[in-house]
Every structure is written in structure tokens, then in C-alpha cells.
Ligand binder design. Sequence first.
Ligand code: SF4
Length: 327
Amino acid sequence: MPRRRITFSRNVFLPLTTVCRNRCLYCGFRRPMGDGCLMSPAEVEAILERGARSGCTEALFTFGERPEEVPGFGAHLDALGESSILEYCRRLCLLAIEKGLLPHTNAGVLEEEELRMLAEVNASMGLMLETTARVFAHEGSPGKVPELRIGTIEAAGRLRIPFTTGLLLGIGETWEDRRRSLETIAELHRRYGHIQEVILQNFTPQAGTGMASATMISTDEYCNTIRLARELLPADIAIQIPPNLADIARLVPCGVDDLGGVSPCSIDHINPEHPWPAIDELRQMVGDAELVERLCIYPQFIERGWYSPTIAPLVRRLTARLKEQYL
Ligand code: SF4
């Protein structure tokens, strides 16, 4: 019998800006505006080059949602000759492609036209649904209205963008809320077929945030949520857990397929207190399963041709490289 496969993507993390219009109570990523609140092209280029030298295949662009709505942020864009964070991100995605890394962008809630503009230079994109419930942790966050996030995921489906979404566990939602959130994702996938993976991420308290003393879910509850997800989600959606926040050895047997992005050369800027394990450590943690590297666009979407001509040569080159490595 073939060994079970657990996948991961070798990436670099590019937090273009920590300025964000939202105020999620658990957030340790958002920072007040100031010098250096927007990464310069030179900083991005240096990380991309380091990633390329380390064999990374993915450039993960993650940043605060609609930072232009925060007074004063426009001046930082002006200084770089940019009119919007999304236009700037697009330019840096092209740089990533030039350096040999496939972009995957998480830009928060987007309109269909904005998704279209970024889709041309991204192999896949993402937006955490987090929960379909209205929770207190999102009271100060206009972008965390569930209907808006569902709208973005749906628009991505219409545009045939290979998409990553997920749940944030332990932010005030009930078990029934989790069930509803998973059913919503399953339904979107049945309609559009575009969800490649669902991240089940456990909330971890961070010092200095409004939820610094909140309790995390237990490993047993985490495992039961993974089982529920496996029951409710179509089989072609991978279930991902973050390897630096979770007890991999105990959770992989509950139904995990993927460990997400692991970076040999940049930290997790969302959870900086939790370093990523080395690839060899991950190999130990997955036990009898085989740890296999993947691209940020899953094979079924490559087969269907769900990528733009702009990234097609790189998709082909990196697919061939991984095949050589893992066959
Ligand atoms: S949207 Fe993301 S970056 Fe913005 S406050 Fe919420 S968790 Fe933080």
C-alpha cells in the first residue's frame, strides 16, 4: 500500500505592510503607521533572492487589509510612486516571477476587478473566512463581516482562481458556527470547484493584544474539528494546519493533508514567537507518512490550466523540478 502523503510548500513570507484598517482583538501583526511600515522594493528583492537561493517556490504576500483607509498611509505609497497597495503588490508579484518564485497573495476582502488584476500574476490566492459567525473579536473590523468575505471567495470562484481559505479556531465561535463555516466553504467549492485547501488554524494568544489571556482550544478539540472538516468538505480539498502552531504529531492522524508554507529563510510575521520547524523535523513529526513538497497551485489546477500565460513558463519549470526531486 502506498504511503500516505503530507504536503508542504517552501516559501518566503513578505509582509508588505502591517498597517490595516481592521482591529481584530487577537491580532499581533498590525502596527501603527511609521517609518518602515511599507516594505521597499529593495527589501522585497533581497528576500526573494534569498528564497530563490534556498530553493523556495512560493512568494507569500500577506499584508493588512485596505491600508489606504488609514490616514497617512497614502504618503508612503506616494514616496514609492504607487497609487495603491494592490498595484504595488502586482509590481512585486512580477518581480517574484522574475526571480523564479510563484506569488500567492492574501490581500483581505477584494472586489472582483481587484481579484482579476492580481490573478494574472498569482498562482493562487487566499482569504481566511475565519468564521461565518459574528464574534466580539471582530467588532472593530469592517473587513471581517462574514458576508463580505464570502463574497470575495465567491468572486474568486467565478474567476477560476485556485483559492485557499480557512477557519480561525477559538475566537469566540461555537461548534455549530464551525460546522456552518465548513458547510459554507463546501457549498462554494461545489459551485465553483476552486478551493484547493482549507486551513484550520488555532488562535494563539499574543502579548499586548486584546486576547492575550484568552484560552486556546485543546488538542482534542482541534482533532475533532479536523475530523468534522474531513466529514463536511469535498475530498479534493486539502486540510492544512500550521506546523509552527500545532502539535503536528498528534494532529496529522486526525485527517491532515498539508502543512502549508514553511520557510527556510523568513519568519512567520503573523506569529513571530513561533518559529517554523526545519523540514527534517517535519519529516519526523509526520511519522509514517511521506512529506512531499508542492507548489502553491495544487496539481489538479495545473492540469485544468487555471493559471495565466504570465506565470505559465514558471509553473512548468517548477513542476518539472519538483517531479525530479520527489519521484
Ligand atoms: S485583518 Fe489581519 S492584520 Fe488586520 S487587524 Fe485583523 S488579523 Fe490583524
